[in-house]
Design a protein around this ligand. Structure first.
Ligand SMILES: [Zn+2]
Length: 305
């Protein structure tokens, strides 16, 4: 999609910009919904899965991508009412020129992560983990400390139409495939992502990942566990941030101990998932399909130059 179209679509979706999303979240009703969701829905299931010491699979290989991506794509396509072409999906290695270039670019471009996050290429996803930290550290040696903060950069590159995956465990990677494929769909149908629409685009990607994950629950529930872990992380961050801004007290049993603050880049996932969760409560899962259909209809009205 060219820049002209992107601009028009951003204007069309101005009512769902970060500012608007945040405005809708900042009230006590949101706090109550988040407490209820964390306490009744997420934590009991997550703790149950955690206690079972699940096998999360080996490190991701190209065969796993071939095996799992088509099913993930189909589930997302069905939910969002699209029938898109298949993007390239590859697994990053440290010798990849694109990967190194990308990291260098983001370090230079931003001069700091906030600057970087404002750019159009931003669809990185950060799922902090021990292995990601180890990865981050080794990159940090050559590219500066920034990447340590980022954790693991999975991303969709709209210019090359590539999905690039970190070599995480298979259960996590399957969830990430869904997330990144949602960005691909957003790109194709014209739902704005990056810039002033990161809350919407990241929230949609995370929550769709969670919904379609349920199509693939394995006997060992490993995929569910990884998706739910990510969901918990985002929702508790939203809860902490919103409670703080509204001056209300956080219930300690609903948040993770040993995590002192929410990293600035995590805000988009936090606010995004909370916002989309509230929309889902009101409109059901149709919310996402309505977004893609709205974008498709709008895109059809814009004359090409
Ligand atoms: Zn993303």
């Amino acid at each position: 999609m060219d820049q002209h179209l992107r601009e028009q679509m951003r204007e069309h979706f101005a009512d769902l910009s970060n500012e608007e999303v945040l405005g809708q979240l900042g009230n006590q009703k949101t706090i109550r919904i988040l407490e209820e969701t964390l306490g009744d829905d997420i934590l009991p299931e997550l703790n149950g899965l955690k206690a079972r010491d699940l096998d999360l699979g080996e490190k991701l290989t190209a065969d796993d991508v071939t095996k799992y991506f088509p099913g993930v794509k189909q589930s997302v396509d069905t939910l969002l009412d699209v029938d898109g072409s298949t993007p390239n999906v590859w697994i990053q290695t440290f010798s990849d020129k694109d990967y190194i270039k990308y990291l260098a670019q983001m370090t230079i471009l931003g001069g700091g992560m906030m600057g970087y996050l404002g750019t159009a290429i931003c669809t990185l996803d950060f799922t902090p983990s021990l292995e990601a930290l180890a990865v981050g550290e080794s990159i940090a040696m050559s590219l500066g400390a920034l990447s340590t903060l980022f954790g693991s950069p999975n991303f969709y590159d709209p210019n090359k139409e590539n999905i690039s995956l970190v070599k995480s465990n298979v259960a996590r990677a399957r969830g990430v495939m869904a997330h990144e494929y949602v960005h691909r769909v957003q790109d194709v149908v014209g739902i704005p992502f990056g810039g002033k629409h990161t809350y919407l685009s990241e929230g949609m990607a995370e929550n769709v990942r969670d919904i379609v994950g349920k199509d693939f629950e394995d006997a060992d529930d490993s995929l569910r566990y990884e998706n739910l872990r990510s969901r918990f992380h985002n929702m508790q961050n939203a809860y902490r941030l919103l409670a703080k801004s509204l001056g209300s007290k956080v219930k300690k049993d609903l948040i993770q101990r040993g995590q002192p603050w929410v990293q600035p880049f995590e805000k988009m996932y936090a606010y995004g998932t909370a916002f989309c969760h509230i929309q889902e409560r009101e409109q059901g899962q149709d919310f996402y399909r309505k977004l893609t259909n709205r974008a498709k209809q709008q895109l059809a009205t814009i004359p090409s130059r």
